[in-house]
Design a protein around this ligand. Structure first.
Ligand SMILES: C=CC1=C(C)c2cc3[nH]c(cc4nc(cc5[nH]c(cc1n2)c(C)c5CCC(=O)O)C(CCC(=O)O)=C4C)c(C)c3C=C
Ligand SMILES: [Fe+2]
Ligand SMILES: [Fe+2]
Length: 325
């Protein structure tokens, strides 16, 4: 009888500082923004700018923002990603589960060591980005390849490129929105705010905008179909612009401002591209965008939390894993 190879699952997310301090944030941003998948300027131009200007100016400012959302167990992104891995371990006791980050610890290489030393021979790589982008999912792919580059024995590998329209993911978002609206009411407008990318990446072949549109359309179709609402109150926007070049539009911040000015009183925002709450949802949206909405004439605002380590999310991830194993 041939024994089945031991299976492992590697959850990978972006990365986050290990403390809300300027030095820790600077270390994290330096690794993150030195990846050519994220910023693809020539190194000879970009590195002096990054080290000489961007890190010294941005790190203390961003450290303050992290302080406003820091949890007892660390950065929210770290806390939720770890909790997702722990919950999946309980659900899948026959599988070895590890989690890692592209730009902080535990690194992909550390997690690979853990899985391989546990005797895993077949690994499913699950980037926790529902919508593919070259700046995220492909960066996970690179980190995995780098980690295996110097090893003599490499495992079988499967890679989840994206799950933007995976039905259980769409259902998990629908449930989340329905639960929220039953408590807070149906808003005048519901924004699906996804992290932006430079327009140039999309022009060069990154299908991220199409994947974001696909998620938004699939969720809205179900909500309309289930008669949660009749009108088209859903709109897709892009947040967290970084740098000077054009990013995907419409931008969340400008849209919120103009909605408030045009008389929208009740606004809700969901960020379906973030599998865990993090700086970009908890600070930028839930604090910053809320303030802007109220300041420009809005009255009622709520942020619909990410799926995080909810049962809803863990069951969805379990189905995703089964689909690929
Ligand atoms: C050129 C810069 C950036 C691109 C491209 C980009 C794409 C991208 N990012 C996420 C998810 C997250 N980004 C987060 C923080 C963050 N992102 C950038 C820049 C780019 N992101 C920066 C500089 C930062 C750090 C904060 C800041 O300085 O403003 C986070 C949060 C991390 C945390 O610790 O909480 C996430 C998550 C996606 C999904 C994406 C492309 C689709
Ligand atoms: Fe980002
Ligand atoms: Fe941001």
């Amino acid at each position: 009888m041939q024994l089945l190879p031991k299976k492992g699952i590697l959850l990978v997310n972006l990365g986050t500082p290990d403390a809300p301090t300027p030095s820790s944030v600077s270390r994290y941003l330096k690794t993150f923004l030195s990846d050519s998948r994220v910023v693809d300027l020539p190194k000879i131009l970009w590195q002096p700018l990054l080290r000489g200007i961007i890190l010294p100016i941005r790190s203390p400012k961003v450290a303050k923002l992290y302080q406003s959302i820091w949890l007892e167990g660390g950065s929210p992104l770290y806390v939720y990603t770890k909790a997702q891995a722990e919950a999946l371990s309980k659900k899948l006791p026959d599988h070895e589960i590890a989690f890692a980050f592209c730009y902080s610890e535990p690194t992909v290489n550390m997690a690979m060591d853990k899985l391989l030393s546990a005797g895993v021979e077949d690994i499913l790589i699950l980037p926790l980005y529902p919508q593919y982008s070259c700046s995220t999912s492909a960066a996970v792919f690179d980190a995995v390849a780098r980690s295996l580059q110097k090893r003599r024995a490499i495992p079988s590998l499967r890679f989840i490129r994206d799950y933007a329209t995976f039905e259980p993911y769409i259902d998990a978002l629908v449930t989340c929105i329905k639960n929220h609206t039953s408590e807070h009411g149906i808003p005048d407008k519901l924004l699906f705010s996804l992290h932006g990318i430079p327009v140039r990446f999309a022009n060069q072949g990154d299908d991220y905008p199409l994947r974001c549109q696909a998620t938004t359309a699939a969720v809205n179709a179900k909500l309309v179909n289930e008669l949660v609402w009749k009108e088209d109150i859903v709109q897709l926007t892009y947040q967290s612009k970084f740098g000077k070049e054009p990013w995907l539009v419409p931008a969340t911040d400008a849209t919120v401002e103009s909605l408030a000015k045009s008389g929208i009183k009740h606004l809700q925002i969901i960020c379906p591209g973030f599998s865990s709450d993090c700086l970009e949802t908890l600070e930028e949206i839930s604090i910053g965008i809320k303030e802007s909405f109220i300041e420009h004439g809005g009255e009622k605002f709520s942020y619909i939390p990410a799926l995080n380590a909810s049962d809803n999310h863990i069951e969805m991830l379990e189905k995703l894993i089964y689909q690929h194993f």
